[in-house]
Design a protein around this ligand. Structure first.
Ligand code: IMP
Ligand code: MG
Length: 176
């Protein structure tokens, strides 16, 4: 098994069993909450793709999918600035939209995308994240659906990356 990335050790944090149990529960909750609706789930690329793929298989509804891609300048002199790299193609007006991402950290990414979607007049808009890192939050945003809350640190695996690597890890690790 992969034990380090670019020379950094990986410390186990959340196992794939814990993830799949939680993702199933979230899917069941979404099935109840969106009953009688055909929601549009929008995955935020790249990080949200594995979580979204697992999640929709526990949603027993006619769900539709789209993807949006954003990049944040996290480690640069433009913190909080978000660039939209790929927009969705589906019309949003009057749709019940759920935004799905891997991690909410400062909250800048999901907040920025939320505003873009809101300006297109959806019937409803909610947010869903696998991991919430509250420590660095700079916005008011609270995900409506949340997998796990963690203290802080930099995590990798289950879609999240460290320097572009580690997205394929089935478990979630902390970079030491
Ligand atoms: P935010 O805009 O600060 O909330 O950052 C959100 C994005 O940064 C997430 O969608 C992730 O792609 C990425 N990110 C934040 N924290 C981590 C982490 O610990 N590991 C990997 N990616 C992260
Ligand atoms: Mg991301």
């Amino acid at each position: 098994m992969l034990k380090n990335i670019n020379g950094k050790e990986l410390r186990p944090l959340i196992t794939s069993d814990q993830i799949s149990t939680r993702v199933r529960e979230m899917g069941e909750e979404l099935t109840r909450d969106y009953k009688d609706k055909n929601p549009l789930f929008i995955g935020i690329l790249k990080g949200g793709f594995i979580f979204l793929a697992d999640l929709i298989r526990h949603v027993e509804l006619n769900v539709e999918l789209d993807f949006i891609r954003a990049s944040s300048y996290r480690e640069s002199d433009r913190p909080g600035e978000i660039e939209l790299l790929h927009d969705i193609s589906a019309p949003i007006k009057d749709r019940h939209v759920l935004l799905v991402d891997d991690i909410v950290d400062t909250g800048a990414t999901i907040e920025h995308i939320r505003e873009i979607i809101l300006s297109r007049a959806p019937a409803s808009l909610k947010t869903c994240a696998m991991v919430d890192k509250r420590e660095r939050r700079k916005t008011e945003i609270e995900p409506d659906y949340l997998g796990f809350e963690i203290e802080g640190g930099f995590i990798v695996g289950y879609g999240t990356d460290y320097a572009g690597k580690g997205r394929n890890l089935p478990d979630i690790f902390v970079i030491e």
